[in-house]
Design a protein around this ligand. Structure first.
Ligand code: ATP
Ligand code: BTN
Length: 234
């Protein structure tokens, strides 16, 4: 592999994102942890990081990436394709999550810190149970398939797909991915709401060329470009 160059596997850390932020590691470095004591999600939310899951971050050079809005979608597709290769069918929830059977199984976080683009991915893999407060929204690969998975295999398989997709993304942009993501898009054709400073309701009809969510609302077709937005079913 060319893009992902070194791997550090820790027993425990606060957040693998912080290891890449604080430590002076080169582009392509990957940090994995068996547990995180302060795992975080988008918008400062908490990411529950119990034993059994796969929690990792990697460092990219932001110079090569033109559009940071599209990156979580391209990486979500990479994760979904790599899981499909292991026989697990997933869907992509705009803009940064991977779902199985309408429950969240993985989340992607892209953080920019100076010259560092730090991407973090959490996948619920072998957890037998999901904490009570997340039970109705989250699941694990074990809960959905009844099988245990080798986290190393999931990680390396993801890197194979991500490396290929990131090369294409840098050369050709988002267009080569749009259709493949739309085919896996959770809530496509359903009534949803987009929550930001205000709430907008409509039918999710697909993605725009920019990677925005396209909603057919009472006032016509509207594009939503992520940032602080959340997509929910009605
Ligand atoms: P959206 O991305 O649309 O805003 P979201 O609720 O998925 O919606 P994120 O910020 O993407 O929000 O993800 C963080 C959320 O993920 C947390 O608020 C929590 O609800 C959920 N979460 C936390 N830990 C886990 C986990 N291990 N597995 C699945 N979901 C989790
Ligand atoms: C989200 O759904 O909002 C994104 C969740 C990202 C979680 C991963 S786990 C590895 C890395 N370290 C963190 O603290 N967060 C990311």
């Amino acid at each position: 592999m060319e893009l992902f160059t070194s791997l550090l596997w820790l027993k425990e850390t606060d957040s693998t994102q912080n290891r890449l932020k604080d430590w002076n590691l080169s582009y392509g470095s990957v940090v994995v942890a068996d547990r995180q004591t302060a795992g975080r999600g988008r918008l400062g939310r908490r990411w529950v990081s119990q034993e059994g899951g796969l929690y990792f971050s990697f460092l990219l050079n932001p110079k090569g990436i033109k559009n940071l809005i599209q990156l979580p979608l391209v990486l979500g597709l990479s994760l979904s394709e790599s899981l499909e290769n292991l026989g697990i069918r997933t869907q992509i929830k705009w803009v940064n999550d991977v779902y199985i059977n309408r429950k969240k199984v993985a989340g992607i976080l892209c953080e920019l810190s100076g010259e560092k683009l730090i991407v973090g991915i959490g996948v619920n893999v072998n957890q037998r149970e999901i904490p009570e407060e997340l039970k109705d929204r989250a699941t694990s690969l074990f809960i959905e398939t009844g099988k245990e998975f080798d986290r190393k295999e999931i990680l390396l398989n993801f890197f194979r797909y991500a490396e290929r997709n990131l090369r294409i993304f840098k050369e050709k942009g988002f267009t080569p991915f749009k259709k493949n993501i739309e085919e896996k898009l959770l809530y496509a054709g359903e009534e949803v709401r987009i929550i930001g400073s205000e709430e907008v309701r409509g039918k999710l009809v697909g993605l725009s060329e920019r990677g925005g969510a396209l909603l057919l609302t009472e006032e016509g077709l509207k594009e939503f470009i992520s940032g602080e937005l959340s997509l929910r079913p009605l």
